[in-house]
Structures are given as structure tokens and as C-alpha cells.
Design a binder for this molecule. Structure first.
Ligand SMILES: Cc1ncc(C[n+]2csc(CCOP(=O)(O)OP(=O)(O)O)c2C)c(N)n1
Length: 285
């Protein structure tokens, strides 16, 4: 891949005004910067779930894997373990990762595997027309909850902090400067990083005005203090009409899953598999 043009010929089918455009533009710019700074384009692998968010991999000219609903983490994990030199970036929806794939997400954070997860959190199942998800607020009226959602939402940042994620952040799809900053730091972070992006679904849950009035970027926040991160994460519970902090909540240095194996053990396993394969090929098995 010798060109730096990350555009593709795929027709973009997102709705006009969809928050996914901000994520696409920000990540394209960040990856372009990282390539210019020395990371080979071939070293990026993008993995997506299923949903509107997932189409993002069709719109970026890099190696990618379109996985199953809720299964971004298993695929991303396998890719990272097979070749730890790769930069693996997962794109997932709130339905995809906080609903169907939640257990995978928690265990990826627990293991501290070095992958970046960008959650397009529009707080609805977008592609299937607006059913409620684990982050929809109480009372949300959608196709599956015509009388209003009776459950309270999860706070994904609290869940991630409690599960040992070593980088936790929140962005917003109105404007790309903050997204760019967070994405770049998350990709460069060695360990599991999660960015919950408040990504507005203009068709089924248009929250632009609501968020515009409430979001603020954290200042003088100590990103290395776990208790402070938890306190900030609890400031907004995805249900109340309070202020909504944005930015990097927490980061810590900790050995990654792949580095915790004895040096060389992964490549030894690959070598062994290659030898078995060659042996079977010779014997025509
Ligand atoms: C195992 C499985 N369950 C359900 C579906 C149907 N399905 C496809 S997309 C989707 C909604 C995705 O919502 P979300 O992950 O929030 O992404 P968005 O479309 O909002 O970006 C669902 C339920 C499926 N494809 N596979």
C-alpha cells in the first residue's frame, strides 16, 4: 500500500447529519498522521461489528474485517495475538458492544490487550430502526419501547474503569478536534483503550441540541488518578439532565496481555503451526 489516500469508492449510505461522519473524518486524519509519522499503512487493521457504525470500514482504504454482531473483540483479539506488531482498531455500536458483545468487552479490558475500541454510542440500535439499547435513557420511546424504556441505562465508563481498562475516554460527534486528539492518544496508548463517542443518530435519536447544551471538556483533570476518574465518570449517569464531561478520564501503564507471555512464545507457536502445516502438506493430508 504505497498511497496515502484512505478514501474508497464505496457509496456512503449514512443519513445526512449522522454523527458517524465526524468519527470517519477524525480517524482518517489521525491514521494519515500516524502513517506520515512512520507507522506503515499495512500495520493498521480495522475491525467492525454489525450496524450503521460498521460501514465505516467500507469507507477507509485499509486492511479490515467486518465481523459479526457483538464480536469485534474476539476478532480484534485474534488479530492482535497473531501479530502483536499490528495496530488493531475496533469500531462498534452501543448495541454491538454494550449489548450483544458486553462480556467480550469486559474481558478485553480485564486482560489489557493492546487494542483500541471506538464505540459509536448513539444510544439506539440504529440500523434496525431505533430499538432501545443498554445506554438508552429511561423513558426512551422507540420501536420496541412504545410506552417508554422501563430500564435504567448502564454507565459504560464506570463499567470499563471497574473492569481494568487502562485508557478510558468520552468524545462527541459534533466537531472533530477533540475526537482527533483522543483517537490519536488511544491508538498510541499501549494497552486496552475505550472511547465512548456520543455519536448522534439524527433519524432515531437526535440529541445534538441536548448534548450541545450540556457537554464540556474536562480541564485540570488528573488522568492517572483512578478515584478522580471514577468520580468524573459518575458525574453523568446517561440518564439525568446534568453536565456531561468529555475528554480522557483515565490512563495507566500496565503490562499488556500479549506482552505478559514469555518473550517469543507467540511466534514459537506460529512457527510450530507452520511446521505442522508443512508436514501435512508434504504428506498430502
Ligand atoms: C446476532 C445478531 N443479532 C441481531 C442482528 C440484527 N442487527 C443488525 S444491526 C443491529 C443493530 C446494531 O445497533 P448498534 O450496534 O447500536 O449499531 P448502530 O446501527 O446504531 O450503529 C441488529 C440488532 C444481527 N445482525 N445479528
Amino acid at each position: 500500500m504505497s498511497t496515502l489516500n484512505l478514501n474508497t469508492y464505496a457509496k456512503n449510505t449514512w443519513c445526512i447529519g449522522c454523527g458517524n461522519f465526524a468519527i470517519l473524518n477524525a480517524i482518517r486524519l489521525v491514521i494519515t498522521e500516524l502513517i506520515k509519522e512512520g507507522t506503515p499503512a499495512e500495520n493498521f487493521v480495522l475491525v467492525s461489528g454489525i450496524g450503521c457504525h460498521a460501514k465505516i470500514v467500507d469507507y477507509i482504504n485499509l486492511n479490515s474485517f467486518y465481523s459479526l454482531h457483538g464480536r469485534v473483540i474476539p476478532v480484534a483479539t485474534a488479530i492482535k495475538i497473531a501479530d502483536p506488531s499490528l495496530k488493531v482498531i475496533g469500531f462498534s455500536g452501543d448495541g454491538d458492544s454494550y449489548g450483544e458483545g458486553l462480556e467480550h468487552l469486559l474481558f478485553a479490558a480485564k486482560r489489557n490487550i493492546d487494542i483500541t475500541m471506538i464505540i459509536h454510542n448513539n444510544r439506539v440500535y440504529g440500523l434496525t430502526t431505533g430499538q432501545f439499547t443498554p445506554t438508552s435513557p429511561s423513558g426512551y420511546k422507540g420501536r420496541s419501547t412504545p410506552y417508554g424504556n422501563k430500564e435504567k441505562p448502564f454507565n459504560p465508563l464506570e463499567l470499563m474503569l471497574a473492569s481494568n481498562a487502562s485508557f478510558v475516554a468520552r468524545g462527541f460527534s459534533h466537531g472533530i478536534d477533540l475526537l482527533k486528539k483522543i483517537f490519536k492518544e488511544a491508538i498510541l496508548h499501549k494497552g486496552f483503550s475505550l472511547i465512548d463517542v456520543l455519536q448522534v443518530c439524527v433519524t432515531f435519536y437526535n440529541m445534538y441540541e441536548y448534548y450541545d447544551k450540556r457537554v464540556y471538556v474536562m480541564e485540570n483533570h488528573n488522568e492517572t488518578d483512578f478515584d478522580q476518574a471514577m468520580k468524573k465518570a459518575k458525574e453523568w449517569d446517561y440518564n439525568s439532565d446534568t453536565k456531561i464531561p468529555l475528554g480522557i478520564f483515565y490512563r495507566k501503564k500496565e503490562i499488556t496481555f500479549e506482552d505478559s507471555f514469555q518473550t517469543g512464545i507467540i511466534s514459537e507457536t506460529i512457527d510450530r503451526k507452520q511446521k505442522i502445516y508443512e508436514h501435512l502438506m508434504k504428506k498430502n493430508l
